[in-house]
Design a protein around this ligand. Structure first.
Ligand SMILES: [Zn+2]
Length: 277
C-alpha cells in the first residue's frame, strides 16, 4: 500500500492571521481548526486521485490536537498529541511512505513581514542552525525526510515560506495560500475557495515525477538559541552540549532523526512531565 505523508501546521493555512487564535484559548481558534482540517482534506483528495491508498497526516501545531478527526474524509491516519520522538515527522520512516507534503507551513523566526514566523516554538526558541545554516521547520523536516530517502513534493504557506522551501524542495510544487503584510497580517481567499486552489496545486505536485530527497551531510551540528538565558544555562550543564553564548547551545548528532528529537526536547521538556502547550 502506497501512502503519502502530510505534515500539517496552522500558521500557513489560508485565513489564519492572529497569534492569539493559534491556541485553544483564542476567540477564533475553532474556525482555525476547521480551516486547517479542510486544507488537509483537500490535499488528501488530490493524493487519492493520484493513486495513494492512504494519507498519514501529522498534526504538528501547538498541542497537536488541532485537526478535527470528525471532519476528516476517509483513509487519513492522523497522528495526534505529543511529545513523540520525531514530532512533525512521526511515521516518515514507515516503509509504506515514499514521499511527503508540508501544508500550512510558515517561515523561520526572524523572517521579515512573514505571517507568524517562528522556529518550532516562539516561546522557547529564537533560532535553530543546522551545520551553520539558519533552519526553518521545513528545512529541518525536509532533511529528516531526506535521511529516509523521501522527497518533499508539495509545500503551502505564504510567499516567504515558499522562498525558503526552494532551498530544501527545489522540484516541489509550491503553493501560496496568502500574502503577508507583516507578522500579524495577511490576505487570503475564503477557506472553501482556498481549498479548491490548494487541491489543484497538490494534484499537479502528485502527478509529476519525484524530485531528489533533500540531503544534508553528517555530522549534524545544531545550534539552538533559546529565548531564556536560564534555559541555555541549564542545557549547558549537560556535558555533551557546548554553551556558545548566554542564550545558545550547540551539539553534534549522527542522524537527522536525533536532531529532530533534540529540538523537540529543548522546546518541550518540563520536569513535571506536563505539556508546555
Ligand atoms: Zn504551528
Amino acid at each position: 500500500m502506497r501512502r503519502l505523508f502530510v505534515s500539517v501546521d496552522m500558521e500557513g493555512v489560508a485565513g489564519v492571521a492572529s497569534a492569539v487564535s493559534l491556541m485553544p484559548t483564542g476567540w477564533e481558534y475553532t474556525a482555525y481548526r476547521r480551516w486547517m482540517t479542510a486544507e488537509l482534506n483537500a490535499v488528501a483528495e488530490a493524493a487519492f486521485d493520484a493513486g495513494y491508498a492512504e494519507v498519514i497526516a501529522v498534526d504538528g501545531h501547538g498541542n497537536s490536537h488541532n485537526v478535527d478527526p470528525d471532519q476528516l474524509i476517509d483513509n487519513i491516519q492522523l497522528v495526534r498529541s505529543s511529545p513523540r520522538p520525531m514530532f512533525q515527522m512521526q511515521m516518515i520512516d514507515d516503509p509504506s511512505v515514499d514521499a511527503c507534503a508540508f501544508i500550512g507551513y510558515h517561515s523561520a523566526a526572524g523572517t521579515p513581514d512573514s505571517i507568524l514566523a517562528h522556529s518550532f516554538s516562539g516561546a522557547a526558541l529564537r533560532s535553530v542552525r543546522l551545520n551553520g545554516v539558519l533552519a526553518s521547520e521545513g528545512y529541518i523536516n525536509a532533511a529528516v525526510a531526506g535521511e529516509f530517502g523521501k522527497p518533499v513534493l508539495f509545500v503551502s504557506g505564504d510567499r516567504q515560506t515558499l522562498e525558503d522551501a526552494r532551498r530544501y524542495a527545489p522540484d516541489a510544487v509550491l503553493h501560496t495560500t496568502k500574502q503577508s503584510f507583516g507578522f500579524r497580517s495577511a490576505m487570503s481567499l475564503p477557506p472553501r475557495q482556498a481549498c479548491e486552489a490548494l487541491k489543484k496545486a497538490a494534484a499537479r505536485a502528485f502527478a509529476q515525477p519525484y524530485g531528489q530527497p533533500f540531503k544534508v551531510e553528517p555530522p549534524f551540528e545544531v545550534e539552538v538559541e533559546m529565548t531564556s538565558q536560564v534555559a541555555a544555562e541549564l542545557l549547558g550543564y549537560l556535558p555533551w552540549l557546548e554553551r556558545t553564548d548566554a542564550y545558545t547551545v550547540k551539539a553534534r548528532f549522527k542522524a537527522m532523526q536525533e536532531v529532530r528529537g533534540f529540538i523537540g526536547f529543548v522546546m518541550s521538556y518540563m520536569p513535571n512531565g506536563q505539556t508546555p502547550y
